[in-house]
Design a protein around this ligand. Structure first.
Ligand SMILES: *[C@@H]1O[C@H](CO)[C@@H](O)[C@H](O)[C@H]1NC(C)=O
Ligand SMILES: *[C@@H]1O[C@H](CO)[C@@H](O)[C@H](O)[C@H]1NC(C)=O
Ligand SMILES: *[C@@H]1O[C@H](CO)[C@@H](O)[C@H](O)[C@H]1NC(C)=O
Ligand SMILES: *[C@@H]1O[C@H](CO)[C@@H](O)[C@H](O)[C@H]1NC(C)=O
Ligand SMILES: *[C@@H]1O[C@H](CO)[C@@H](O)[C@H](O)[C@H]1NC(C)=O
Ligand SMILES: *[C@@H]1O[C@H](CO)[C@@H](O)[C@H](O)[C@H]1NC(C)=O
Ligand SMILES: *[C@@H]1O[C@H](CO)[C@@H](O)[C@H](O)[C@H]1NC(C)=O
Ligand SMILES: *[C@@H]1O[C@H](CO)[C@@H](O)[C@H](O)[C@H]1NC(C)=O
Ligand SMILES: *[C@@H]1O[C@H](CO)[C@@H](O)[C@H](O)[C@H]1NC(C)=O
Ligand SMILES: *[C@@H]1O[C@H](CO)[C@@H](O)[C@H](O)[C@H]1NC(C)=O
Ligand SMILES: *[C@@H]1O[C@H](CO)[C@@H](O)[C@H](O)[C@H]1NC(C)=O
Ligand SMILES: *[C@@H]1O[C@H](CO)[C@@H](O)[C@H](O)[C@H]1NC(C)=O
Length: 469
């Protein structure tokens, strides 16, 4: 990575210098390229995955998450770091300047040469998780384009130019997979085969906007905690593209592009829990991950964005975890894509006003969850686990908020309960519960904030994507 990045920087410099010498009103010229005496960097080896569907190979010889000596069952809460508490945030300068126009402080600011590689187990495991995510996106976007006929895309308003955007988004993943693989080194996880819970264009588009949301939120959860600042920089410059993809897929599904004012971050184990069920098998000797797989949470009345009245549903998903919309029970005039009232329709668009909310405060949400001990993920080689005997709360994670509502009518035999969507605002006029977000069941209502959500993991019983708005 380091040599090719340095090479890239030299080429960029040559380009800038040359552009400076070009007259303001310039003719198209080919001389620019003569300054670029470098080769285009190679991308990581990749292919179009040809096999899809559930894993049907032999039982895995290794099962469960990667682990080593475990020092304690959970992380103990501790006081805040003194340097943040003590810094007087008063607009004055409190240290000598290392250089002109340069304030004291910061991380990675002392001139040391950036090395674009992981620097700890935390870094390695986090980037390896992100790489699994980039690989699935590369396949998922190509696969949908190759699988569904053009007429079906057209029927849902996704025309040839929009399909090219999706093709382009798939190709962007090659770059993302390449930078992450380079920062991980030779044992970086390879491309796998996949099993998608969708059977037509609207289901696929919905799965894409949900999968990219946990890809995005999964990285936000660890990005500011990486030991390697240079690795964080590279990943940041990839995940901003993923954020745009997430919004585009919402727009293609006729949803409001970004109802939330903030995008949440989730713990790595949540991202892995939501991703792993859709990975069917990985190559021999694939590098394994440390993260936990929680049991699936089924949102029984998960709002269905393909419907005119998206909250008027029961059991309309294609399964737990992603809780992707199912079109199986929709008649032609239930679909919002072609609705004649512009306040009810949802064609692919820059934005759509939905006058019937997908969900709303006070909505009764019916839940069912799986027991732990199920085999999931690549080669069915990971096992779902939880410490929780009896879930008591629904945890709603959206924007900057973690909020709990009590579970009612809990049946441990059926593993069912219901709860009510909370009525809280992140800011005035900004309902916290909105957009594509997350729900967990927990046994305690532990107070956590965006930088320490993972402290709740020992209390999580099951996990889902909730489609709020
Ligand atoms: C994968 O398929 C797409 C078409 O869907 C094509 O553009 C791309 O070049 C293929 N990639 C490889 C590595 O063969
Ligand atoms: C710069 O900071 C890094 C830690 O970020 C440290 O390892 C390195 O020794 C520092 N270099 C100098 C010249 O102080
Ligand atoms: C929407 O209407 C168009 C005709 O305008 C039709 O071709 C298409 O099949 C309809 N889509 C759905 C999902 O009913
Ligand atoms: C979600 O946000 C959209 C866009 O601001 C708004 O129209 C909708 O009412 C919000 N939904 C809820 C449940 O607050
Ligand atoms: C997973 O299964 C595939 C297909 O059976 C096999 O080729 C591969 O070696 C297995 N991977 C691992 C890590 O065991
Ligand atoms: C399997 O991976 C390990 C490192 O994780 C490596 O040392 C070993 O050579 C690999 N084996 C094969 C057959 O590729
Ligand atoms: C949409 O469905 C909800 C839930 O069944 C219902 O309460 C509401 O009246 C419906 N809205 C419209 C406009 O049909
Ligand atoms: C939901 O529907 C599936 C079939 O699509 C069925 O197997 C399952 O039992 C249903 N669940 C509930 C709670 O009705
Ligand atoms: C869209 O929704 C917003 C918020 O509910 C509303 O203020 C606005 O008038 C609506 N615009 C149209 C064109 O429906
Ligand atoms: C939500 O809270 C707001 C302000 O506290 C209140 O005006 C509104 O009626 C509440 N909505 C519901 C459904 O309880
Ligand atoms: C979350 O919502 C509550 C309102 O229930 C609010 O008091 C709190 O400040 C919010 N937290 C964040 C981090 O925005
Ligand atoms: C409570 O759960 C039982 C099944 O465990 C069910 O028969 C009953 O209808 C539920 N009550 C409510 C109010 O949903």
């Amino acid at each position: 990575m380091a040599p090719s990045a340095a090479f890239g920087a030299t080429a960029l410099l040559a380009l800038v210098v040359n552009v400076g010498a070009v007259p303001v009103a310039s003719e198209p010229t080919t001389t620019l390229t003569s300054y670029l005496r470098c080769q285009t960097p190679y991308v990581i080896e990749h292919h179009n995955v040809t096999s899809h569907g559930p894993y049907d190979g032999p039982p895995a010889t290794t099962t469960g998450a990667l682990s080593t000596k475990i020092l304690a069952p959970s992380i103990e809460p501790a006081p805040p770091p003194p340097q943040i508490v003590e810094y007087p945030a008063d607009g004055e300068l409190h240290g000598d300047q290392p250089a002109p126009f340069t304030p004291s402080g910061g991380i990675g600011t002392n001139g040391s040469l950036p090395i674009y590689k992981v620097a700890s187990d935390f870094d390695y495991q986090s980037l390896a998780l992100a790489l699994y995510q980039e690989w699935i996106e590369l396949d998922l976007f190509h696969w949908g384009l190759a699988t569904y006929p053009e007429e079906q895309f057209d029927a849902f308003g996704i025309d040839a130019e929009t399909r090219f955007l999706i093709q382009h988004m798939a190709d962007q993943e090659i770059g993302h997979a390449t930078v992450i693989s380079n920062m991980l080194g030779p044992q970086a996880p390879k491309q796998c085969t996949y099993n998608y819970p969708v059977s037509n264009v609207p289901e696929w588009v919905d799965f894409n906007q949900k999968l990219t949301r946990w890809g995005e939120a999964g990285v936000y959860g660890f990005l500011p905690k990486l030991n390697s600042g240079p690795a964080a920089q590279m990943l940041l410059q990839s995940i901003t593209i993923e954020a745009r993809q997430q919004m585009s897929f919402r727009q293609m599904g006729g949803q409001f592009p970004m109802p939330e004012w903030h995008t949440p971050g989730i713990p790595q184990s949540w991202a892995w829990t939501l991703l792993a069920p859709y990975i069917s098998s990985c190559p021999y000797n694939q590098t394994r991950l440390i993260w936990q797989n929680f049991p699936a949470l089924h949102i029984l009345n998960q709002p269905n964005p393909a419907r005119i009245n998206g909250s008027d549903v029961f059991n309309e998903t294609t399964g737990g975890y992603a809780n992707t919309l199912s079109t199986e029970d929709l008649n032609e005039d239930d679909f919002c894509v072609n609705a004649t009232d512009p306040l009810l329709d949802c064609p692919p668009a820059i934005s759509n006003n939905r006058s019937i909310s997908l969900s709303y405060p006070g909505r009764q949400v019916f839940l069912q969850w799986d027991a732990p001990g199920q085999l999931v993920g690549p080669n069915n080689s990971y096992v779902t686990t939880t410490n929780v005997q009896e879930p008591k709360y629904a945890l709603w994670l959206s924007q900057l908020n973690v909020t709990y509502t009590p579970l009612l009518n809990v049946s441990l035999e059926e593993r069912t309960a219901y709860t009510f969507q909370p009525n809280i605002s992140t800011w005035r006029n900004n309902p916290a519960v909105n957009g594509t977000m997350f729900m967990a069941l927990t046994d305690v209502d532990l107070m956590v904030t965006p930088y320490n959500v993972s402290l709740v993991n020992p209390h999580v019983a099951a996990l889902a994507v909730y489609q709020a708005g």
